[in-house]
Design a protein around this ligand. Structure first.
Ligand SMILES: [Zn+2]
Length: 429
């Protein structure tokens, strides 16, 4: 299929901050085949999209979530982390069936597509069902089966992770990538992490893990092992693989040096960290150290949405007020974190995250003809500081139109909402 976007503003996010005021993007099958200034002839295209009063940019990349936790959205809020987990989240989570995970993931995907996310990194359970939902929806995803290093599930996690790789890695027209998902240093003892590191090497996968989310976690790790969580991961050999480290809120200068030398990427989740009062990750310091820092929403029970436009705004505002410096994280940097940096942290930096010839055709078309988008002195600042999920008009992933004029083509949105409500009623009864 050949698609042409004509007469459209373009934010390529392809190095530099330049914006094409009026240009075109040509797509053939899954790839961007041409992009530039002005307009080109429309002959030979199966579909031509008129981009007047619209801007196209790379699809947003949510680098840390637990998609099916949409089913737990607003079930429990405003509680301390451990009380929240132990008395509310874990008991309800333990009732989730494979079928629930499938529908909860689909609910998440509807929300993500409608707010401009084209790729997400997920860590949860019943991942076969998550992969099925991803496959059907046309979205791109990096999936990891959560691995906990204690209890009866600890060995099963290896078997299921390998099955997941064999069955789903690079499936769905190449949209699905499988990673290993050791939950965190505080749920996976060092010996277990060493085995995970070796297993990732054998399977040639990346590793997605929660790191240094709370100050309590760091204090306990130091007390038990005499080292920080990041030091512990290094000694376990984790960084010999590509690592996606979620949170990284409480880091020492030595931790930052280790992360910078390791090539790991960080998934920053400002809204979840704020809501659970975990703290503020040292993002400007991480970026200055050359670490790719991307954005994530975390699960919908600690956010409580999967809206990456909001996450960009929160990120930019949080670090300004935290440093008392309005220049510390400009709008364009937040946009880069949600796109190019997202791709890099997932190990997909040569395929997605920017609009450039030869890259995958993952992009979102945003409607600028809304009161809050006018005037248009700076469309990036408008998008980050004034943009809304509902401005996302059309979503293209892997060269396929997944949403057009806010109608999702690949999923039955009404059926998904109805089923999710039914599951929620069952869960609380
Ligand atoms: Zn998480």
């Amino acid at each position: 299929m050949k698609i042409l976007l004509n007469d459209i503003s373009i934010i390529p996010v392809a190095g530099g901050t330049q914006i094409i005021e009026k240009g075109y993007v040509a797509i053939e099958d899954s790839l961007i085949t041409d992009i530039g200034n002005g307009q080109i002839g429309t002959d030979g295209y199966d579909l031509v999209i008129d981009g007047k009063d619209k801007v196209v940019m790379p699809g947003l990349i949510n680098t840390h979530t637990h998609a099916a936790m949409t089913l737990l959205r607003s079930y429990a809020d405003d509680l301390p982390l451990m009380e929240w987990l132990e008395t509310k989240i874990w008991p309800l989570e333990s009732q989730l069936t494979a079928e629930d995970i499938y529908w909860g993931t689909k609910l998440a995907i509807v929300e993500m597509i409608k707010s401009g996310t084209t790729t997400f990194a997920d860590m949860y359970f019943y991942m076969d069902e998550v992969a099925r939902a991803v496959d059907e929806s046309g979205v791109r995803a990096c999936l990891a089966r959560g691995m906990v290093g204690v209890g009866p599930e600890s060995e099963k996690a290896f078997v299921e992770s390998k099955d997941l790789v064999n069955k789903w890695h690079k499936q769905g027209d190449g949209r699905i990538t499988i990673m290993l998902g050791p939950h965190a240093p505080y749920t996976c003892p060092p010996e277990y992490l060493k085995r995970v590191a070796a297993f990732a090497k054998e399977l040639k996968t990346g590793i997605h893990i929660h790191v240094a989310e709370t100050s309590g976690e760091v204090a306990n790790t130091i007390k038990e092992y005499g080292k920080t969580p990041v030091e512990l991961l290094k000694d376990a050999g984790l960084f010999e693989n590509h690592v996606l480290a979620a949170h990284c809120v409480h880091l020492s200068d030595n931790d930052i040096a280790i992360l910078a030398a390791s090539g790991a990427g960080v998934a920053h989740n400002p809204e979840s960290n704020m809501k659970l009062a975990s703290g503020i990750a040292p993002v400007p310091k991480l970026l200055a150290a050359g670490i790719p820092v991307a954005l994530g929403t975390d699960g919908a029970s600690s956010n409580n949405n999967l809206d990456m436009i909001q996450e960009m705004r929160t990120c930019a505002l949080l670090h300004k007020v935290n440093s008392m410096d309005p220049t510390v994280l400009p709008a364009y940097k937040a946009l880069e974190m949600a796109t190019v940096n997202g791709a890099e942290t997932l190990g997909l930096g040569k395929e997605i995250g920017r609009l450039q010839k030869g890259y995958k055709a993952d992009m979102i078309i945003i409607n600028l003809e809304e009161a809050h988008q006018i005037p248009r002195y700076d469309i990036v600042a408008n998008l980050v500081y004034a943009g809304q999920a509902s401005d996302v008009d059309t979503v293209i992933i892997n060269g396929k139109i997944v949403m057009e004029n806010r109608i999702i083509r690949t999923l039955n949105e009404g059926e998904i909402l109805k089923t999710a409500k039914k599951i929620a009623t069952r869960l609380v009864n």
